[in-house]
Design a protein around this ligand. Structure first.
Ligand code: GLC
Length: 428
């Protein structure tokens, strides 16, 4: 894949260079097992609670029911959060700060690992808590690791894909320019051309970074320093800004998170749509979907070939405050087991973390997008890895949102983003 050449150095440079040496936060047990909270409950068995965002694909309850039937004395209760990444994050932070022993196992977005680990909130998965990650896709394991220690088991990966209306566009576009040219087809059919997620929240960070990476730029350079002052970064953000200005991205998309965009596409109102794999099963099966047999999946478009997705996904971590960590460990192993990974893929079209499932012929037959998705994940660019991620994502979201709304020039937005990320990296 053409883009790989310039993407790889960037992908390995996802770790934000910090000018501050002490990055452990003020949380509980520190980053090492042994003292304080981290040592509690390691052998504890009994009922636990599992916390994660909205179960859009209805896979979590059946997964838990099966566990509960086999473990009557170690039952899992599901605490379902909202479907919005930022609200999920803030809910977890509040419960960790309160040292809540009832948030035993939590779903951690790949971009929260560093922050939560540095705060001492996640039980390191080593020694008697160790798990085997050798069969998992490397980017998913890296994303659950902080400073060489694993803090969670990967459970679903995520890569952005281009959903397109194959009844209207038999061959999907490979580049952004090709896609924009095809917008005339959308006009003829009186539907919107393209959308991703552009509300001001984590999804916008994902989409802005993807636009920048797909145009050959990067948020951080290979030394982990912000690198938004490049012509490539400018070209990337400009693509989105221009598409908004001329209506190729419909203006209501400024309010879209994942679900709003999915609904617009499956109601037949969009020609192209950027979303995660979870949308595939819903678009194919939901009664209200008007595009059931009419859509295909392709890599995101880039400048001269396929673009680059932001790496997404979630891992399951054990809270240091849990009193039943032995049960919690068994439960996270079960979530990551082949049996359950297959169930998540078949029922919910979620991206497996086990590499072999992408080559499973029966699975590929049912989910033809798997090879595309595997390439997307292998080439995906991690968002900056830093305990100060909330400030970094804020800088990306705020400034790209202002540019999309025409309130800041692209140059100003990128230069403000650059400065704010530098400040966030310095820990101030
Ligand atoms: C998906 C991704 C996650 C990302 C979020 C943004 O859930 O898996 O990594 O942060 O979308 O909305």
């Amino acid at each position: 894949m053409k883009t790989r050449k310039f993407l790889l150095p960037v992908a390995t440079a996802g770790v934000l260079a910090l000018t501050l040496s002490a990055c452990g936060g003020g949380g509980g047990g520190g980053t090492t097992a042994g003292g304080g909270d981290a040592a509690n409950g390691l052998d504890g068995r009994g009922p636990i609670t599992y916390v994660q965002g909205k179960d859009n694909n209805s896979v979590v309850r059946p997964m838990i029911e099966k566990w509960n039937a086999a473990h009557p004395n170690e039952k899992v209760t599901f605490k379902e959060q909202t479907d919005q990444a930022d609200q999920q994050h803030d809910d977890l932070v509040q419960h960790f700060q309160a040292k809540d022993a009832n948030y035993d196992v939590v779903s951690v977005d790949v971009v929260w690992t560093a922050e939560f680990a540095a705060k001492g909130w996640l039980q390191p998965l080593k020694d008697k808590m160790a798990i085997d990650t050798s069969a998992m896709l490397k980017p998913t394991v890296d994303a659950a690791t902080y400073k060489g220690t694993l803090y969670a088991t990967p459970k679903e990966s995520d890569g952005g894909m281009l959903y397109y209306r194959k009844d209207l566009v038999p061959t999907p576009p490979k580049t952004w320019d090709e896609m924009i040219q095809m917008c005339s087809i959308a006009k003829e059919n009186k539907i919107g051309c393209f959308s991703g997620q552009y509300k001001q929240y984590e999804g916008l960070t994902v989409n802005a970074a993807e636009a920048i990476n797909s145009a050959g730029g990067s948020v951080l350079d290979k030394d982990g320093k912000p690198s938004l002052n490049t012509p490539e970064a400018k070209a990337g953000l400009e693509n989105l800004v221009k598409a908004f200005a001329d209506g190729n991205i419909p203006k209501e998309a400024i309010t879209y998170q994942e679900e709003e965009g999915r609904r617009a596409f499956q109601s037949g109102n969009l020609l192209f749509h950027r979303n995660w794999p979870y949308a595939y099963s819903l678009m194919s099966t939901e009664g209200s979907s008007k595009v059931k047999d009419k859509f295909g999946v392709a890599p995101l478009p880039g400048t001269d070939g396929p673009g680059a997705s932001s790496l997404g996904g979630h891992s399951a971590a054990v809270s240091v405050y849990s009193k039943n960590k032995a049960t919690a460990l068994d439960f996270i192993k079960y979530i990551a087991s082949e049996e359950n990974q297959k169930f998540y893929a078949v029922k919910g079209s979620l991206a497996p973390v086990l590499a072999n499932l992408y080559d499973d012929a029966a699975l590929v037959k049912q989910l033809p997008y798997l090879p595309t998705l595997k390439t997307a994940i292998e080439n995906a660019v991690p968002r900056p890895v830093t305990p100060f991620y909330p400030a970094v994502t804020q800088a990306i979201q705020e400034n790209s949102y202002a540019a999309l709304k025409g309130e800041k020039s692209v140059d100003q937005a990128l230069s403000d983003m650059q400065k704010s990320i530098e400040t966030a990296g310095a820990g101030s």
